[in-house]
Design a protein around this ligand. Structure first.
Ligand code: ZN
Length: 301
């Protein structure tokens, strides 16, 4: 089953669904970051949520960043992407892990992430200021935290489901999720129908293991609804970092800091947070960065 995201709407126009299959996205994140089992699940849920939340973006260059900073051992989760087919993300403590939850035998994402903390969404829509919405964490399981965010910040009632299943060899065997939203003018009978569907629903990963496509996933989520797909696109984990971009970021440091690197280390090694790629700057390259930084600071004076 290929990774894909779809947007769909019911015939009354009052139920909207955003559904994604993200197994390859999450597996690529795991491969690049070499995360623990529960960290993979947390990052995978956040990556899927980040993709699903992008429905508010309009232009290709608009971007969305989801930040989750919890009190648990995982530290920060950051997921970001433009309004295209790509997403990327990282967690602070890749190897942090917790025991399987005794009550249901599942990965205890809530404990690794939360329970205290906050979730914020930054949307850059090309306006003067980005939009920033922030809510306290509900339980650190991410799906409910996102639902809570949508209600508090955007006043939209939503059902959110996110799931990542990890195989015994640590690879990702299923991943995906959904956001189902009720528009303000929804009729009572439609809400009841939706509640019936959600009540009978299996877990996201159980559902994913029984379907062959994201379209079928949507059908199983909302069997009583006739949904029309209005958008579909492939999704990939991809970091677009490059030596030029890293050089640009380095040159925004104060000249004195770069001088220190030149004098003490004779070069610099920079690792990209999002993909773990390492960029080396030799002495000559660092001297060039120093010149750029000096020119930059002169301009700002
Ligand atoms: Zn990168």
């Amino acid at each position: 089953m290929k990774d894909k995201m779809i947007r769909a709407i019911d015939e009354t126009g009052t139920i909207r669904a955003h559904v994604a299959v993200t197994k390859e996205v999450v597996e690529e994140a795991r491969r690049l970051h070499n995360t623990s089992k529960t960290a993979t699940a947390a990052l995978g849920r956040a990556l899927t949520a980040g993709l699903l939340l992008r429905n508010n973006l309009k232009n290709e260059k608009d971007s969305l960043t989801l930040n989750i900073i919890g009190s648990g051992d995982l530290g920060r989760i950051v997921v970001t992407g433009k309004n295209d087919d790509y997403i990327k993300g990282y967690v602070d403590n890749l190897t942090a892990d917790v025991l399987i939850r005794e009550s249901d035998g599942k990965l205890d994402v809530g404990r690794l992430v939360g329970p205290e903390g906050r979730l914020s969404v930054v949307m850059d829509l090309g306006l003067k200021e980005p939009y920033v919405g922030q809510v306290p964490l509900h339980n650190g399981e991410i799906a409910e935290d996102v639902a809570h965010y949508l209600l508090q910040s955007e006043q939209i009632h939503s059902a959110v489901g996110l799931g990542v299943l990890i195989d015994t060899d640590m690879t990702v065997s299923e991943a995906g999720g959904f956001i189902i939203q009720l528009m303000p003018d929804v009729e009572e009978s439609t809400i009841e129908k939706l509640e019936r569907n959600l009540k009978d629903m299996k877990s996201v990963t159980d559902l994913l293991s029984t379907v062959d496509s994201v379209e079928e996933f949507l059908e199983k989520l909302l069997p009583d609804f006739k949904m029309e797909i209005i958008e579909d696109k492939p999704v990939y984990f991809k970091c677009e970092c490059s030596k030029e971009k890293v050089e640009d970021a380095l040159s925004s440091l104060a000249p004195s800091e770069i001088k220190e690197m030149i004098d003490e280390d004779g070069g610099a090694e920079v690792t990209c947070h999002f993909c773990n790629k390492v960029y080396n700057f030799d002495l000559g390259e660092l001297e060039h960065v120093y010149d750029l930084s000096q020119a930059r600071f002169k301009d700002e004076e």
